[in-house]
Design a protein around this ligand. Structure first.
Ligand code: GDP
Length: 298
């Protein structure tokens, strides 16, 4: 919880700091609500969630006769919690062995780093892990993954050159032969506008289903929180191509755009499996709605 609080400090300054200055100085009135609207938009809550929050606050202002800024802030954090709570759905890897997790996203979103963190996360819960170096476009990504695997004694299936589908196909068979619990499959970064690459990742997904008819069991889209509202378009595009079942939102520590979680919840809800709040190995945490909202207003 402390790491989360530290990680969310920029968003908190944007949101909480904005609110503190709003709430600190006066009673609730229409002007204050309008400034609050601007503050929420600047924290990247998006038009839809912001509108919803303001409607809710106006309703409660009248109905519950809110008077003090404190009461308004309380009402705001309750409404925000209501919006983001449905995204809380921690990833369970029981039920399939190997449990196949495919990761996708644009370049630099944090896929490769997140794979290392996730491997640690599952290992610390007693699961054996195998990595598939499916980013065959960037030699550096493969090397990064192999180096990480070596340091942490985790098997990495990789091929020089080769194609992603083949690497991941091999990895699944290797995992099955060795009785591994979790396969984490990396893929090359790509933009939703690169249609041939979106077609290629759809093919990777189909090949996984050939290697394991029940899989992939999780399709994680990794999003950099700094992209703010663009996250919505990425979710929709990747979902259309590969059927996204969960999100990883990285770099919340470096951004004031943490409100994007509310925008996602309202406009393209998908389970938010993990949030990244720093570069350390333990800085990828399962998303807990109440902790998240509390950290924003702490
Ligand atoms: P990929 O291209 O999607 O595989 O992205 P990488 O995994 O190579 O990550 C790109 C950069 O983002 C690296 O410098 C990571 O250390 C950094 N990064 C990833 N996740 C986080 C996070 O949650 N917080 C911070 N501060 N940096 C992160």
């Amino acid at each position: 919880a402390e790491r989360l609080k530290a990680g969310l400090s920029r968003t908190r300054q944007q949101l909480g700091g904005g609110l503190a200055s709003l709430f600190g100085r006066r009673r609730i009135d229409e002007d204050l609500l309008e400034e609050l609207e601007t503050t929420l938009l600047m924290a990247d809550c998006g038009v839809d969630a912001t509108q919803h929050l303001l409607d809710e606050l106006r309703r409660r202002w009248k109905r519950d006769k809110l008077e003090t800024a404190d009461q308004l802030q309380q009402a705001l954090s309750e409404s925000l919690l209501e919006i983001v709570a449905p995204l809380e759905a921690p990833l369970q890897v029981e039920g399939h062995r190997p449990f196949i997790i495919m990761l996708a996203g644009v370049n630099g979103a944090g896929k490769t780093t997140s794979i290392g963190k996730l491997a640690k996360y599952f290992q610390s819960r007693g699961k054996s892990v195998l990595l598939a170096a499916g980013d065959t476009f960037r030699a550096a990504a493969r090397e990064q993954l192999m180096a990480w695997g070596e340091r942490n004694d985790v098997t990495v299936i990789a091929q020089e050159g080769g194609d992603a589908a083949a690497v991941i196909f091999d990895a699944i068979n290797a995992a099955r032969a060795r009785g591994i619990d979790v396969v984490l499959a990396d893929t090359a970064g790509r933009l939703p506008t690169q249609l041939h690459l979106m077609e290629e990742i759809a093919k990777v997904r189909r090949v996984i289903a050939k290697a394991e008819p029940s899989g992939p069991h999780e399709v994680l889209l990794v999003l950099d929180a700094n992209i703010g509202q663009n996250a919505l378009a990425q979710v929709k595009a990747f979902d259309g191509a590969i059927g996204v079942t969960g999100l990883v939102l990285t770099k919340l520590d470096g951004t004031a755009k943490g409100g994007v979680v509310a925008a996602i919840a309202r406009q393209c809800p998908k389970p938010l499996r993990f949030i990244g709040v720093g570069e350390g190995i333990d800085d990828l945490q399962p998303f807990h709605a109440r902790e998240f909202v509390d950290a924003l207003f702490a």
